[in-house]
Design a protein around this ligand. Structure first.
Ligand code: KG4
Ligand code: ZN
Length: 338
């Protein structure tokens, strides 16, 4: 079966082809021009998706050595994300499928991330505990089957990736913040600033606005303005923030591992690229004698391979969707995450 995946929820346009479970192509075009605005500008994002999606599809077919008529199933991200951006990939995918008389599956972006561990050779085993962490989501999920996903906890304020991005902005590093904070943190050896890990009412919930504010207060108190920060100060703040933000995630995952009987652990989403988080979660998995699946870096950020894979999974589960389905900015449309 040849599956085409399309992803355009934010600032990456991606086209992927998976043929009989082998990834033949996974092209990702990142919209780097948003950097100068300090964040993603929705209208510019939509326009860039529109310009690149057709050439990317052509290139992807070439790489896979297939033509359009060989595609058996079309899948595209339906949400959550920027509505104008989503509409490009979704409408393009629906039109392609309709024109070719092939089935179409709309895919939830978060579900794409959470099943991205299956793109690896060693796959998660059900039931598994999933930590899905991106710029928009921080979710701890108990996944018992492709369609049985229970939400154990989520953030009550900022997503962890969002906190990385905001701290990065405070330090003058810009967007996206995660990789820059990680790099600065790696240059610091020694003591850390004891930033707080916030308590939450929900046993498995997260909160990152407290640590973000603590970083801001630390800068204001000690340096007055961010311009006065030296390179070493930025490295120290980055290392301290990264340490406590990751520890906040680890604490809740460890609690869940002990309280739920799971076969494996899975880490996914853009923040899953973070080396310190990957290391800490590996240690947690070892301590608790669990198999850990983390996607390769190219499958952590937004990519269409995860969309194609998840779409095929739902198709094989017998799910079908009305062609009337539209893009949606938040909330899942298929209610699979309970
Ligand atoms: O999944 P993703 O590409 O887009 C969303 O669906 O949000 O995630 C993007 C987020 C951004 O907040 C970015 O700063 C963060 O992932 N990120 C990282 C790293 N690489 C990307 N955060 C921490 N460490 C990283 N190495
Ligand atoms: Zn994402």
């Amino acid at each position: 079966m040849n599956v085409l995946g399309l992803e355009s929820s934010c600032d990456e346009t991606s086209v992927s082809i998976i043929a009989d479970d082998v990834i033949k192509s996974n092209l990702i075009s990142s919209q780097d021009f948003h950097i100068k605005y300090g964040g993603v500008v929705p209208e510019l994002s939509s326009r860039a998706h529109l310009q690149i999606i057709n050439p990317l599809l052509k290139q992807s077919l070439q790489e896979a050595n297939l033509s359009l008529k060989d595609i058996d199933l079309v899948c595209a991200t339906a949400g959550p994300g920027l509505i104008g951006a989503l509409l490009i990939g979704l409408t393009y995918g629906k039109a392609l499928a309709y024109g070719m008389g092939k089935p179409f599956i709309p895919v939830d972006h978060v579900e794409g991330h959470l099943f991205s561990g299956f793109l690896m050779e060693e796959k998660p085993e059900y039931p598994f505990l999933s930590l899905t962490v991106s710029g928009g989501h921080t979710l701890l999920l108990l996944v018992s089957s492709p369609t049985d996903i229970k939400k154990l906890g989520t953030t009550i304020d900022d997503a962890v990736g969002e906190a990385f991005d905001k701290v990065s902005k405070m330090l003058g590093y810009g967007y996206p913040g995660g990789p820059k904070i990680q790099e600065a943190a790696s240059k610091h050896l020694g003591d850390l600033i004891p930033f707080p890990i916030s308590n939450t009412k929900g046993e498995y919930d997260f909160s990152f606005s407290g640590i973000k504010t603590a970083v801001l207060r630390y800068i204001q108190k000690n340096f007055d303005t961010a311009e006065k920060l030296e390179e070493e100060d930025k490295n120290l703040i980055s290392a301290s923030f990264q340490n406590y933000a990751v520890k906040a995630l680890i604490q809740k995952v460890e609690k869940a591992v002990k309280n739920f009987s799971v076969k494996s652990l899975s880490l996914s989403g853009g923040v899953a690229a973070n080396i310190f988080l990957r290391e800490e979660l590996s240690l947690l998995a070892k301590r608790n004698n669990k198999k850990l699946i983390i996607p390769a870096i190219q499958f952590c950020g937004d990519n269409a391979a995860m969309i194609a894979f998840r779409g095929e999974m739902l198709y094989k589960e017998g799910l079908s969707f009305s062609n009337e389905l539209n893009a949606y900015p938040s909330l899942t449309f298929n209610k699979l995450i309970r």
